[in-house]
Design a protein around this ligand. Structure first.
Ligand SMILES: C[S@@+](CC[C@H](N)C(=O)[O-])C[C@H]1O[C@@H](n2cnc3c(N)ncnc32)[C@H](O)[C@@H]1O
Length: 201
């Protein structure tokens, strides 16, 4: 039984932000911290999703599996094998197993609706968004520095549709998410380290 059929959600009782929190709770004991994205994408039925940070491809696979039903598309950006200094000074490494490619766990059967762009999100995200236009959901999980997180949120926000969701992993690594949401007076919540902002007109 998959995560979405295990639960009975009455959609009329949940707004989309509460839905994301509920999905995070449901999947909190999973070994995959991004499994909740499957539940969110199953219920929100987005046509276009953009994510930054692929690594092995667990988040990509969960999103793609959910998008299968509605023929939605996922655009993922990844700069592989990065080493960087976190804002708290610690060194952080995102290394792939030797000889493997970003997203190597994504099954071939799900790759038809997927475009993987390799490169720094600062260089690739603006041109990707310009080419695809409006999006339904954005998920940040690349470099968790104040600078990169702020850049990605600000770049994506004008492309996010009304009622679209900006989701961000590891928002407790910096104050970027809260500062961004306050700057834009966005409706937001932080739940188990995941930031959820909904765009409304
Ligand atoms: C935490 S991992 C992503 C995990 C993935 N979302 C999952 O849950 O399966 C972060 C990924 O972002 C990549 N990355 C780091 N800095 C980046 C940047 N500036 N632009 C794009 N990708 C970046 C890392 O190399 C790594 O593959």
């Amino acid at each position: 039984m998959d995560s979405a059929s295990r639960i009975k959600l009455d959609k009329s009782r949940f707004d989309s932000v509460s839905l994301v929190c509920h999905a995070i709770d449901l999947c909190s004991h999973s070994c995959y911290p991004t499994e909740f994205l499957y539940v969110v994408c199953r219920y929100c039925c987005p046509q276009t999703v953009v994510e930054t940070g692929v690594h092995y491809g667990a988040s990509s696979a969960f999103i793609l599996k959910a998008l299968e039903r509605t023929d939605g598309r996922l655009y993922s950006i990844d700069l592989p094998n990065v080493e960087y200094q976190r804002d708290d000074g610690q060194l952080h490494r995102d290394l792939l197993p030797l000889g493997s490619e970003p997203g190597f766990v994504v099954p071939d059967t799900l790759r038809g609706n997927w475009r993987l762009i390799l490169g720094d999100s600062k260089k690739t995200l603006p041109s990707l968004l310009e080419s695809i236009g409006d999006i339904d959901i954005f998920h940040h999980d690349s470099m968790h520095t104040y600078d990169v997180m702020s850049f990605e949120y600000e770049t994506v926000w004008p492309y996010l549709k009304d009622e679209g969701l900006l989701l961000s992993h590891d928002v407790n690594w910096s104050k970027a998410f809260e500062h961004f949401c306050n700057r834009h007076s966005a409706d937001y919540r932080i739940h188990r380290g995941i930031g959820i902002a909904r765009k409304s007109s």
